[in-house]
Every structure is written in structure tokens, then in C-alpha cells.
Design a protein around this ligand. Structure first.
Ligand code: 3PG
Length: 305
């Protein structure tokens, strides 16, 4: 079988080597398309492949149309909103993700960005500390749980809300479970977003919700830009000079947010999962899942069931 790694944002070299070892070790062939700039390059590369490993690369209906032999696509990472699941299903392609494999990397970035924000982006002015602050984690999945684990070390008071996770599970992790999203925003000094981009969550972080936050609050997004209602957040930040917004996903309205000097920071490129460890974990998991699929039809991580 021919397996293609197609990554506009490449894996660390060690991850590619790890994937190669797994794929070739199982008797398959590995091809590589990195840093491509045109969709046409991807469409050409997928023509004869049986399996595809991607990151945030878009697996659209056009890609599935072009990939006549494709049987499985694995998103090496958590969020699979970049895969057209209906198109995958229509083409009889199994779509999978690798949950949890890069979550520590994202969680470490959250705390790093929070320190950066609390110290006024190192502008020389006196800042504040995280210890004792109330941190709200919106969605208690793999990333949210790692954020809680690390934030405990900072001595933060941690709260969480997750529409799909029982309160008992949250409390068992030593985190205070609140009843709903509104309560999280009302209670916390900082809210960290870990929700996926779904029809229900898109644009859900809006004026009314963020305005519930305390004076001097910080909103941090390492999830997806689509969950933020950008025009409403801009309106609110214009009205409330105390609010900070830190993001690892450049908003569409980056230039407008950038006017909030000292209250806004965006990484130049999505950095959450950009570590050698995360790439190795997620990349090798993807390779193993592909090998298991071809060896015995294993579809444990299928997301288009
Ligand atoms: C994920 O969903 O796993 C993260 O957003 C990482 O995405 P990336 O592979 O594009 O860095």
C-alpha cells in the first residue's frame, strides 16, 4: 500500500522518520509532500495513494475525488474539522484522528501564553501572577485536562465546564465543575477555550458571554478561530479596556484586534502542537492506526462512522 504524508506545515524530521519506520516496517511505501502551496500539488500527490496522513491540511471533496485508491485518511491531531466527513463517507474512506497525542504540547503553550499575557507581554511594566487566579477551562477533553494538571502547579483555582463530560469526572480531577458556560465566564479571571469547531460552537464565544467576565479578565483561545464571534469580541474590547485576548489561531480580523495594543496577542502561526514530541506522538500514532487498518481492518479511531 502507498501511504502519503501531506503536510503544508511539516512534521519535525524525527516524526517523519518515526512514521517511515512504522509504515515501511509493515511493508508499505511512504511518500512525502511537505510545504505545498497549491491545492493542485495535493490533488496530484493523492492520485495513487491508499492512505493519507495530514495535519490541518484540508481534505475536501475535491481531494477525495482525486484520490481514487484512498481507503483511509488520518488527521495526526485532535480536531478533524478540516476533513469533509460526508465526502469521505461518500467515497468509502475511513477518516480518523489521533486523540490526546498532542494535547500536552497545546496545554504547555496555554500556560506559557498566560504568563506572557500576565506580564504585559514583557513590555517592561509590572505585571501580575497566575497563582490564586481563577482559571476556567471550557471543555474538559485531553487538552483541557492537561491545562488543569499544569495550572495546578501554578497554584491556580481551576474551574471547568463541558457539555459532554459528567461533573464527577471533572471533580475527580480536582477541578470545580460549574453548571454551564455562563457560570464559567462569570466566575473566572481567565477562560481558556478547548471546544472543537462544530455547528453548535461556531461563533458561540460572543459579546454577551465574554462580557460576563470580571474586570481585568483574559480570554485565551488555542482551539479554533471559528468559535469566536470576532466582530462582537472587537466591539466588546472597544467598550471594555480591561479585557485581554490571547490566541494561537490568527483571527480573520487580526489587523483590527492588533489595534488593542497591550491587550491582544496572536502567535504568528498556530504553534500549539508544534513540538517534536507532539509531532512524534501524533505522527507515529497515525502510522500505527494505518498499519492496523490494513492488517486487520481496525477502525477504533474512526470519526465518520
Ligand atoms: C489539533 O487539532 O490537533 C491541533 O489543532 C494541531 O493542529 P496542527 O497539526 O495543524 O498543528
Amino acid at each position: 500500500m502507498k501511504v502519503l504524508i501531506a503536510t503544508e506545515k511539516p512534521f519535525a524530521a524525527a516524526a517523519v522518520e518515526g512514521i517511515r519506520k512504522e509504515i515501511e516496517g509493515a511493508g508499505h511505501e511512504l511518500a512525502l509532500l511537505e510545504k505545498y502551496t497549491e491545492t493542485a500539488q495535493l490533488l496530484d500527490a493523492v492520485k495513487d495513494v491508499d492512505a493519507l496522513i495530514i495535519r490541518s491540511d484540508k481534505a475536501t471533496a475535491e481531494v477525495f475525488d482525486a484520490a481514487k485508491n484512498l481507503k483511509i485518511v488520518v488527521r495526526a491531531g485532535a480536531g478533524y474539522d478540516n476533513i469533509d466527513l460526508a465526502a469521505a463517507t461518500a467515497h468509502n474512506v475511513v477518516a480518523e484522528n489521533t486523540p490526546g497525542q498532542n494535547s500536552n504540547a497545546v496545554a504547555e503553550l496555554v500556560l506559557g501564553l498566560l504568563v506572557y499575557g500576565a506580564r504585559n507581554f514583557y513590555n517592561g511594566k509590572s505585571g501580575s501572577e497566575l497563582m490564586g487566579k481563577k482559571l476556567g477551562i471550557l471543555a474538559f477533553g485531553n487538552v483541557g485536562r492537561n491545562v488543569a494538571r499544569i495550572a495546578k502547579g501554578f497554584g491556580m483555582e481551576i474551574y471547568a465546564y463541558d457539555a459532554f463530560c459528567p461533573k464527577e469526572v471533572i471533580e475527580a480531577a480536582g477541578v470545580k465543575a460549574v453548571d454551564n458556560q455562563d457560570a464559567l465566564f462569570e466566575t473566572c479571571d481567565i477562560v481558556s477555550l478547548h471546544i472543537p469547531a462544530t455547528p453548535e460552537t461556531k461563533q458561540s464565544i460572543n459579546y454577551a458571554l465574554v462580557n460576563k467576565m470580571h474586570k481585568g479578565a483574559t480570554l485565551i483561545n488555542t482551539a479554533r478561530k471559528e468559535v469566536i464571534n470576532e466582530p462582537e469580541l472587537i466591539k466588546l474590547m472597544n467598550e471594555r479596556e480591561d479585557l485581554k485576548f490571547i490566541t494561537d489561531i490568527k483571527p480573520d480580523a487580526d489587523a483590527e484586534f492588533a489595534k488593542f495594543e497591550g491587550r491582544y496577542f496572536s502567535t504568528p502561526k498556530k504553534m500549539g502542537a508544534q513540538t517534536a514530541e507532539a509531532n512524534i506522538n501524533a505522527g507515529i500514532a497515525a502510522a500505527k492506526q494505518i498499519n492496523a487498518f490494513f492488517a486487520n481492518g481496525d477502525t477504533k479511531f474512526q470519526v465518520n462512522k
